[in-house]
Design a protein around this ligand. Structure first.
Ligand code: ADP
Ligand code: MG
Length: 729
């Protein structure tokens, strides 16, 4: 094994600096060339078909067969012109990542000769036998068919030689089996609820779009070293590995110059992104060594999410060309920062107004305050709903683990906005406002935009931060499909906005003037949701105590968090809100429990194999060398050797002790696993895995990491942290 490790290192040293895979090209020339976008549709579709498709895209409705035939003809011609030979419906099952089922354009024509065929029926719908995708018991085997149907709002694109068609994925019975379907429904729900509220202020608002700008963090590890780490390959993270002497304490990596080999990779990635119409813009080093970030310009949430999933896919592919492996796990290395995927989220109207940006006048600012306070209320009531979408087996190593962000949900607003809210609470009373109060309030609100312009308030520890004209949901994991988080955010806000409108209308019905009614409800929301507002250090222990006092939940156990999906409030938001049926919600609850069990199960197995087959034998070999040494010393030096070999004998003892602990822990872990596996209920099984199996992973690791410090470096069978984290130049 030591030879393998040594070989990987020498290979690395002897390798040529990888060249670019693509030829250097300027963004405007290649942007979107692999996307069946507006320009391509204009060129390849008949005018009448083009017009109908545009209409369907605007309304978000599925298209009929006649239209599908027309679109398919143009899409096929375009795809073949761009080198495609296959097509695939591209969908988002409830696993990590996306799924594809490729079919060739090839078919037999009427005369028995081979033709290239792609008709409306192939475009509009596919029937993958998808019984092996997670479905939470929705799909019995006798109804194993699943349907994928084209999401017209997201354009088709070409990867390699395959035309990919973004689709939703539903069961034979019409139940959603994917992440995209509820996301589309949540986007629609928040559109409707927000438009209704905007109508108080501006009758021209007829559509509100949810935007998403994600920031993807990731690690790059040399592929040779990666392949020598079975834990990274099988679980996405290192289950063992002592911290290197230097890690991130000097803060010299963050925003530092990008290593040359990494820069080549990033450039290739950018070129491919631009071809695929992904507006990649920002790239930089992240906090941890070997950690980087890519962020695009924000887009409409559904498209942005498709683009993120596509990115995660292509970055892995391109990294291989450069001798790298991309690690998207939230916590691949203990002791150094993990990776998240900040979700920058905003709502914008068809009239060009960002609802989270203060307006130019008091009226515009009242709109801003309305939406700001409704988000506060939504997050306050929906803390558990948000957490349930981001806390999973992998992200639980990051959330609440002394590093960004905590498992407690809170909102950061900054001093200026906070002061504004306070003044509303002070000035608006439940009874009628005096004219002076109204003037003072309007003056205060009027000043808001100037103040915010130079508001440089930044708080990096908040899970849900207001950053001037958007909210940044930072608890989302780097490997996650953002759709879960974005569905939750848009759904809780839609629910809250509906409630807001009901309350305001009720006051208006009682004869209260519109403006005053709005102010009164805003005031009520500020007071009620005050506990969720926290501008301090979210990583501190004091915050945990304070949050508990405020009645905020702090759930770090994964199954416990998943269970909150079935709370009354969750059902109100998702089921009453028309995002998921009760059956779909229950199925998702089950799928999440199952995913958790499987992930921990795999980690436990890999850990067991690794320590018994790699670590313990290595430790014993080294121990034998020490034993030989002590014996030899005794032969040569006689009694004098007793004092001279004191350290060696101490090490022999230490190795024995660690090996003994490892063996007994591994046995106990296997027993716990066997016991948990016998449990019928998936929910109870998840709790058993969380409480009785998972703790052994850390316990065993402790001893392995101690051994790593003792055993001869040449013999150690796994690449070490210093090699994994620092060798990407
Ligand atoms: P940070 O300082 O947090 O790193 P960046 O300026 O890099 O922020 O932006 C992060 C992401 O936020 C980008 O994708 C950017 O396009 C996006 N973003 C900017 N404004 C908005 C907005 N109004 N709504 C949604 N996303 C936005
Ligand atoms: Mg950010």
């Amino acid at each position: 094994m030591a030879i393998l490790r040594f070989k990987a290192l020498t290979d690395l040293m002897n390798r040529e600096v990888p060249k670019m895979v693509f030829t250097e090209e300027r963004a405007p020339e290649i942007y979107g060339e692999l996307v069946f976008n507006d320009e391509a549709m204009k060129k390849y579709l008949q005018t009448s078909v083009y017009k109908q498709v545009k209409k369907a895209i605007e309304s978000g409705e599925l298209i009929g067969r006649d239209l599908a035939d027309g679109v398919a003809a143009g899409m096929k011609a375009w795809a073949i012109d761009h080198g495609a030979a296959h097509y695939s419906h591209w969908f988002q099952p409830l696993t990590d990542g996306t799924a594809e089922k490729h079919d060739g354009f090839i078919n037999y024509g009427p005369d028995g000769k081979v033709i290239e065929e792609f008709a409306g029926k192939h475009l509009a719908q596919q029937e993958p036998d998808a019984s092996s995708f997670p479905n939470g018991g929705i799909r019995q085997t006798f109804e194993a068919r699943g349907y994928t149907a084209w999401d017209v709002t997201s354009p088709a694109f070409i990867v390699g030689s395959t035309l990919c068609i973004p689709t939703i994925f539903i069961s034979y019975t019409g139940d959603a089996l994917d992440y995209k379907t509820p996301l589309l429904k949540a986007i629609h729900a928040v559109d409707k609820a927000a438009v209704d509220v905007c109508q108080y202020f501006d009758k021209n608002v007829t559509k509100v779009v949810a935007n998403l700008g994600w920031e993807q963090e990731y690690f790059l590890v040399d592929r040779g070293l990666y392949l020598a780490r079975p834990d990274l390959v099988m679980t996405g993270r290192t289950l063992m590995g002592h911290a290197s002497s230097k890690n991130q304490q000097l803060d010299d990596h963050y925003f530092g110059s990008i290593p040359e080999r990494v820069a080549y990779f990033m450039r290739d990635l950018e070129i491919e992104c631009h071809r695929l119409g992904i507006p990649a813009k920002t790239r930089h080093n992240e906090v941890a060594p070997g950690q980087f970030e890519l962020a695009p310009i924000y887009e409409e949430a559904n498209i942005a999410n498709d683009h993120n999933l596509l990115l995660m896919d292509i970055m892995k592919r391109i990294a291989k060309h450069h001798g790298f492996e991309v690690i998207l796990h939230e916590k691949p290395f203990a002791g150094v920062n993990g990776s998240g995927k900040h979700n920058n989220w905003s709502l914008c109207t068809n009239t060009g107004i960002n609802l989270f940006a203060p307006g130019k006048n008091p009226k515009g600012n009242m709109l801003f305050l309305t939406f700001l306070t409704n988000v506060m209320a939504a997050v306050h009531k929906g803390q558990d709903i948000l957490r349930a979408q981001v806390l999973n087996a992998s992200n639980s190593h990051r959330l609440g683990a002394n590093e960004a962000p905590p498992a407690i949900m809170s909102i950061f607003l900054g001093t200026q906005v906070s002061a504004m809210l306070n003044s509303i609470v002070e000035k608006v009373s439940d009874s009628k406002m005096t004219p002076e109060e109204k003037t003072a309030l309007k003056l205060g609100i009027g000043r808001l935009p100037e103040i915010l312009v130079d508001n440089t308030d930044r708080n990096r520890t908040s899970p849900f931060a207001f950053t001037g004209d958007r909210f940044e949901f930072r608890a989302v994991g780097s490997s996650a499909n953002c759709a879960g988080a974005m569905t939750a955010v848009n759904a809780i806000v839609a629910d809250q906005l509906r409630e807001f409108k009901r309350d305001v209308d009720a006051l208006i019905d009682k004869g209260v003037k519109k403006d005053e009614a709005i102010f009164q409800i805003i005031r009520k929301l500020i007071v009620e949701s005050a506990p969720i507002h926290f501008d301090g250090n979210g990583y501190s222990d004091e915050w945990k105590v304070e949050a508990a006092k405020r009645g905020l939940t702090n759930i770090t156990d994964v199954p416990e968090s998943i269970d909150t999906m079935l709370s009354d409030h969750s059902k109100k938001v998702y089921v009453k809100g028309g995002i998921l049926t009760e059956r779909e919600l229950e199925a998702r609850h089950e799928v999440e429990m199952e995913k958790f069990v499987k992930k921990v199960q795999i980690e436990a197995r890999v850990m067991g194999d690794l320590v018994i087959n790699h670590i313990v034998p290595t430790a014993l070999s080294y121990q034998n060398i020490l034993i030989q040494n002590v014996k030899g010393m005794k032969d040569v030096m006689g009694d004098e050797a007793d004092s001279l070999t004191e350290n060696e004998r101490d090490l022999i003892r230490k190795v024995s002790e660690h090996v003994k602990e490892i063996r007994s822990d591994v046995q106990a872990m296997i027993d716990a696993r066997k016991k948990a596996n016998k449990i019928e209920s998936i929910r109870e099984k998840a709790y058993a895995y969380s409480q009785t199996v998972r703790p052994f992973l850390d316990a065993i690791r402790y001893h392995v990491d101690k051994l790593e410090l003792i055993v001869d470096n040449e013999m150690w069978p796994l690449p070490k942290y210093r090699e994994l984290l620092f060798l990407n130049d």
